[in-house]
Design a protein around this ligand. Sequence first.
Ligand code: NAG
Ligand code: NAG
Ligand code: NAG
Ligand code: NAG
Length: 388
Amino acid sequence: MWILLVVLACDAALVSVVETFRHGARSPVKQFSWDNAVWPQGYGELTPEGMRQHYLNGVEFRRRYIETAQLLGPNYSVEDVYVRSTNLNRTLMSAESQLFGLFPQGAAIKNQFLAQKAVPPIQVSGLANAQAELGLNAVANRYQMIPINTVTEPYDNMLSGYRLANCPRFAEIQTEQQGTSTYERKVTQYNDGLQQQVLEVFKVNATFSECGVFSDTLHSMKFHGYDWPAGVTEEMYNSMEEVLTYQYSYYWTSEATSLSSTEFMEAIFSQFDSTINGTAAPKMSLYSTHDVTLIGFLIFLGIWDNINPPYASSLIFELYDNNDVYQIQVLYNDVLQTIPGCGNPCTYQSFKNLITPKLTPDVRKACQLQGSTTEFDLDPLSVIYQYT
Ligand SMILES: *[C@@H]1O[C@H](CO)[C@@H](O)[C@H](O)[C@H]1NC(C)=O
Ligand SMILES: *[C@@H]1O[C@H](CO)[C@@H](O)[C@H](O)[C@H]1NC(C)=O
Ligand SMILES: *[C@@H]1O[C@H](CO)[C@@H](O)[C@H](O)[C@H]1NC(C)=O
Ligand SMILES: *[C@@H]1O[C@H](CO)[C@@H](O)[C@H](O)[C@H]1NC(C)=O
């Protein structure tokens, strides 16, 4: 697939990139009595395996975007790179890991005189040794510091637009969709079948939504080399995972996808428009998010494959300048996507024409409930579980 892209890029220059990704492998989000694996980082945290995934992504993107396409210079530049993450440890740390792969070598101090001057006001014991070891490296290994911007929960409509705190209307849509006959049939099917099996194996009479979280924990256990509880078969796991995937997909009405995708699409347009019209803009921006965030974006674009995005999944928007005709390429986990309604190649103009009418003009306002001042009443657990 990549070879194809490089061929296309020969007469078209890559001028801007936006990537959004799911955080890497993490521990389960919640403790269960039947989970006897050891999670030294605690629950819902990025594991060393997750760091590795993003570090390798970063190394590969350095090869693609710095060495091959030369979109970015070899050293980090604050003007060229913008990074934003949801305000959670695992997404912040995923972004850090990826950036370390992208810019493994960072800043140096200009000369020995300044290196000697660069000391803090407190006494540092063993200062001379530390200075000798550092040489001109700003810090050990010449590690490059890179800022990661984040926005706290009630304001993060861009990357967490499906969260109750950000968008009560979104939660209301979820509840509405839980009243559909399809949803009710899924729950009945579960109660009449899988629930009994789950009870036997896990010794917990798990509800429909709990079953989804169980499958998420099983996934995390397996990824990290732990055995499942006795009695869990591959077939049973698959059925449980189907429940989870359904729970991530039933509520994406066109209104819901628009509410949760608008600010992100606007960020892409702003970066690409500025690039085209010569206004200062980052050449690459990275957005560190969650599986549900990606599902929303993928459904909005009409390209979701109905599979829960694996850890470290990557959705990339590339803008090419093909002799002043701007074209866009969308890659999801390295597969070039055909955006329904956009040609192939998909020009940036037709992409914009396609997307713009689907955006919600004032997301914050549209997220408020009509004529209500009280907190929207929703099972808080069902909301927490969607943050994975
Ligand atoms: C993040 O890590 C801190 C400890 O550094 C911990 O107290 C907190 O619960 C974690 N929270 C989230 C949301 O990741
Ligand atoms: C990148 O930074 C290193 C110092 O860390 C410097 O030696 C090198 O010349 C820089 N390269 C460019 C292209 O600025
Ligand atoms: C398990 O929970 C379901 C509702 O989710 C209930 O109908 C059923 O009776 C429960 N079974 C047991 C054995 O408690
Ligand atoms: C360039 O595009 C940006 C982003 O859409 C916009 O804010 C800005 O006004 C444009 N500038 C010019 C000179 O067209």
